[in-house]
Design a protein around this ligand. Structure first.
Ligand SMILES: [Zn+2]
Length: 347
């Protein structure tokens, strides 16, 4: 039987992977009729916060999940099923992003500006078009500037009827305490490595070692694991780590050239530093617990290099990477910062 394209799959609570504690709480809210006006879903990117928010929007609006539907044959009320059906017109519209009462707000160029929040306030002043519950999903709420956050605060202080606000952010500490205090915060945890490996092996048709490597490098994030299986990313990682491994045997000009190449794109540089960090970590870990290395495919190179560099030097390299990561967050000259780091890695 033909299956629907994956991006349109109406994921319900039962489809969310490895977030049982959060799902249990959400189901209890629904079953007891105690859903708060505002929720904050906190956790690293790519672990199901937005998918869960959408599943919740479906659960509160599913046509097979109405209070009327939840009565027994004598008309006595029963607890509504605490999940959406995933098939009715309301569920499908929400999954297809065509439901007029499920409003999604996302940052533009990494900033959520006040204009979007003002538009939202105008929108919620009117009644929902067709939904029982209007759902407003504000992704990456930590990207709100101060003006936008203050405008949202007014909405949180006087929540409109039949409106559920769901904010997502990596850390609750990234948001103003006044916003956090008005939301019920639910923490999403990174996926278990084995479950993540199984998931991406099935989705991307990968062999088990490739899936396990991506799952290990991704630190529990599904989107990151999927990105790491892209052929370009796989090749870049191999090139980068092999180059780093050989830097000490090369003239300093090579280190400077690599720094220049990587400094061309800040996001790519951030990812590159993370990869190098796992590699240097592995060089240290190899001596004490070789089974716990992350870069499983580079075991031979790690075994070879780990024996040549004293642990104190490796730890100094690790610290230098962390320092560069901090500098990058503080908007210093990226190329100079990377040049300093790569010269240190080459020493
Ligand atoms: Zn439904």
């Amino acid at each position: 039987m033909a299956t629907a394209p994956r991006r349109l799959k109406p994921n319900v609570f039962a489809d969310i992977i490895d977030q049982e504690p959060v799902i249990r709480i959400l189901r209890a809210y629904l079953a007891n009729g105690t859903l708060p006006h505002a929720l904050l879903f906190a956790g690293i990117p790519g672990i199901g916060k937005k998918t869960t928010a959408q599943a919740l929007a479906m659960a509160v609006n599913c046509l097979h999940n109405t209070p009327q539907a939840a009565t027994d044959t004598d008309g006595r009320p029963q607890t509504p099923a605490a999940d959406a059906c995933g098939h009715c017109i309301a569920c499908r519209k929400i999954a297809n992003r065509t439901h007029p009462d499920v409003i999604r707000i996302e940052p533009e160029n990494r900033v959520l500006r006040i204009g979007r929040i003002r538009d939202l306030c105008t929108q919620v002043a009117m009644k929902p078009y067709e939904a029982r519950h209007r759902v407003i999903l504000i992704s990456d709420a930590h990207t709100m500037n101060a003006e936008a956050a203050n405008a949202l605060l007014k909405l949180l202080e006087e929540p409109p009827d039949c409106t559920l606000l769901i904010l997502t952010a990596a850390e609750r500490s990234d948001l103003l305490p006044t916003i956090v205090s008005r939301c019920q915060c639910l923490r999403f945890t990174p996926l278990d490595r084995r479950k993540l490996a199984e998931l991406i092996a099935a989705r991307q048709h990968l062999d088990p070692p490739a899936a396990e490597l991506a799952a290990t490098l991704a630190g529990g994030s599904v989107t990151k694991a999927e990105a790491l299986t892209d052929a370009d990313v796989v090749n870049f990682r191999r090139w980068l780590l092999t180059t780093i491994d050989q830097l000490p045997a090369q003239p300093p000009a090579v280190a400077l050239a690599v720094a220049e190449e990587i400094s061309k794109d800040k996001t790519a540089a951030t990812d590159a530093l993370e990869l190098i960090q796992t590699y240097v970590r592995d060089l240290v870990v190899w001596r004490y617990a070789p089974k716990k290395i992350i870069n499983l495919d580079l075991q031979a190179a790690i075994a070879h290099s780990a024996s040549k560099v004293p642990v104190a030097d490796l730890l100094a390299r690790y610290e230098a990477i962390q320092k560069t990561q901090k500098e990058m967050g503080a908007n210093v000259n990226l190329r100079l910062s990377l040049e300093r780091l790569f010269l240190k890695l080459a020493a």
